[in-house]
Write a protein that binds this ligand. Structure first.
Ligand code: FPP
Length: 288
């Protein structure tokens, strides 16, 4: 189902339950909220939104194969889904959306497919530049940006600097990204500081490691979605997904809709996130 905003307004709808909304960060501008009610948001509690949603967009190739089309057509259709889910997240009030767009392992795909993906990425970055800016979305990249083709990097840099002051949402593209590579990269940076005497080995904490990851400025993901039916992490956000809630769907990425995404958000809000702790009453304790 396609979200059809009244007056093409990009702000959040008013029919979300905004009572008891205490977890808003200070650097997100939520002013100018003039939207009209819209059905898909019914039942979503704004006070318990995931701050960070991360998505493994899988199934483009199979989508194309089912239609006897070239895999590249699947990626093209997938980039339309990207546009729609970015807007959904923005309208809902998600602060960070991380999309696994190209992994360190994806370089091993046939040259023509890699070239097509890079071209698609470049086209997307150019065509969406103004739309992202108008929606108050900041573009960021995690991964080995230096490995991307020069022309793609230039367009990414242009969009990142153009949107850098936007605070409504961060669209974070994982490009030439691998979780293990990210950790190795962080370890190299930490080791270099230790070697120079800037950091004592016994001062290396979880926080220090997190501060050296590509995601150092971002909260950990609350929801991690994988489309396409596989149930694995595939080297995505290995450190950060520690307490993420996982959502797997058979839906192939080009067919993934705002409606299915919002159903997942509702399910997320029904999950009991304990972060390894127990919630117990005095009755529970008195029985032991
Ligand atoms: C996995 O599907 C998907 C990718 C490797 C690329 C994802 C790229 C896009 C969604 C489009 C471009 C991205 C942006 C941000 C504009 P697959 O090809 O592995 O599918 P399969 O498992 O069915 O073969």
């Amino acid at each position: 189902m396609k979200y059809n905003s009244p007056n093409n307004n990009t702000n959040k709808p008013d029919n979300i339950d905004k009572s008891n909304n205490t977890n808003k960060p200070d650097n997100i501008d939520r002013s100018n909220n003039t939207d009209k009610p819209h059905k898909p948001y019914e039942g979503i509690d704004l006070s318990r939104l995931p701050k960070h949603v991360a998505i493994i967009m899988d199934g483009n190739g199979r989508w194309a194969k089912k239609k006897l089309m070239n895999r590249v057509i699947g990626h093209e259709k997938g980039s339309e889904t990207v546009r729609s889910i970015v807007t959904s997240c923005r309208k809902l009030g998600v602060e960070v959306l991380t999309l696994y767009a190209f992994s360190t392992e994806n370089w091993a795909r046939p040259k023509a497919e890699v070239a097509a993906l890079m071209l698609l990425l470049k086209k997307f970055v150019i065509s969406e530049r103004d739309a992202l800016h108008q929606q108050g979305i900041r573009l960021e990249v995690i991964g080995q940006k230096q490995k991307l083709p020069e022309d793609v990097r230039q367009e990414l840099d242009a969009s990142m600097s153009y949107t850098s002051r936007n605070r409504k949402m961060c669209l974070n593209l994982a490009l030439s990204y691998g979780g293990r590579e990210e950790i190795a990269h962080a370890v190299r940076k930490i080791a270099s500081k230790v070697k120079k005497g800037k950091l004592a080995p016994d001062k290396i904490t979880e926080e220090i490691i997190a501060q050296h990851l590509y995601t150092r400025k971002l909260p950990d993901p609350d929801m991690l979605i994988r489309t396409g039916g596989e149930m694995r992490l595939s080297n995505f956000l290995l450190w950060q997904a520690c307490y993420a809630e996982f959502f797997f769907t058979e839906t192939l990425w080009p067919d993934f809709t705002e409606q299915e995404f919002l159903e997942m958000v509702k399910e997320y809000q029904n999950r009991d996130r304990r972060f390894g702790k127990v919630v117990c009453s005095s009755n529970d304790l008195s029985q032991h």
